[in-house]
Design a protein around this ligand. Structure first.
Ligand code: PEP
Length: 253
């Protein structure tokens, strides 16, 4: 089963209009292999600018726009929130859901995350569903239990038959923004557990679903990480703000 290699950029609360310009100009020159998909997730105010630059720069159809979050509500009195319909309207194709920063800083529970995953799918976009353990959870041997407790509510909410329509991003919390990347062996071992957990419910779905690694991925370590059997690309924070480095990652895979 050949799964695409997905390189997704999470700009977090960083970037500006000129970064949108520079990134789209650079991506327009990047040679992407046929099997590579690139997703750029800027902050809400830059989504529409990115979408219009995609057209101006005639970006490859394999480069898509993503959002970093979405509301679980349809519409109404939810000041500061953004709906799936709004994201759809500006050309968003992917939505990051359940990033560890949303889980820890904004107290998003696994059941809320599962609800958002379903909302995004029902709106015709692809959720990038994030999971990962803390340093303490890894050190005390709880990694697999934690990951299972994050995945199961999504399977229950959307049904296993829909699980291959989402992208999973495994991001050990201790590796996010710390420069402490999981070794390729450790990342592979955990990805294998995630795929096996899904395979125990449905083998065909497990073969199809894309599982990305996130946590201090950069131009120097991406190749070895993405070469692992169960790693289908990466969700990239810090290095995705550096135009040359990110373009290099996209063309290197
Ligand atoms: C992230 O924010 O999803 C992430 C992986 O960040 P970084 O690459 O900076 O560790």
């Amino acid at each position: 089963m050949t799964r695409p290699v997905i390189v997704a950029a999470n700009w977090k609360m960083n970037g500006c209009l000129s970064l949108v310009d520079e990134m789209t100009a650079s991506l327009a020159k990047v040679e992407l292999s046929e099997n590579t998909r690139v997703i750029i997730c800027p902050s809400f105010p830059y989504l529409a600018s990115f979408a219009s630059k995609q057209i101006d720069c005639n970006l490859n159809a394999n480069i898509a726009l993503g959002s970093q979050n979405v509301s679980e509500h349809e519409k109404g009195a939810y000041t500061g929130e953004v709906s799936t319909e709004m994201l759809n309207e500006v050309g968003v194709k992917y939505v990051i859901v359940g990033h560890s920063e949303r889980r820890s800083l904004y107290k998003e529970t696994s059941s809320l995350v599962a609800h958002k995953v379903a909302k995004v799918l029902n709106a015709g976009m692809t959720p990038i569903f994030c999971i990962g353990e803390s340093e303490q959870e890894r050190e005390t041997g709880q990694t697999n239990t934690v990951l299972a407790s994050q995945i199961q509510p999504v399977i229950d909410e959307i049904g296993i038959e829909n699980f291959s329509k989402i992208v999973v991003a495994y991001e050990p919390v201790w590796a996010i923004g710390t420069g402490k990347t999981a070794s390729p062996e450790l990342a592979q071992e955990t990805h294998q557990f995630i795929r096996q957990f899904i395979a125990d419910v449905d083998l065909e779905v497990a073969k199809k679903v894309s599982i990305l690694y996130g946590g201090s991925v950069n131009a120097a370590n991406c190749k070895e990480l993405f070469a692992q059997q169960d790693i289908d690309g990466g969700l990239i924070g810090g290095a995705s703000l550096k135009v040359d480095e990110f373009s290099h990652i996209c063309s290197a895979v």
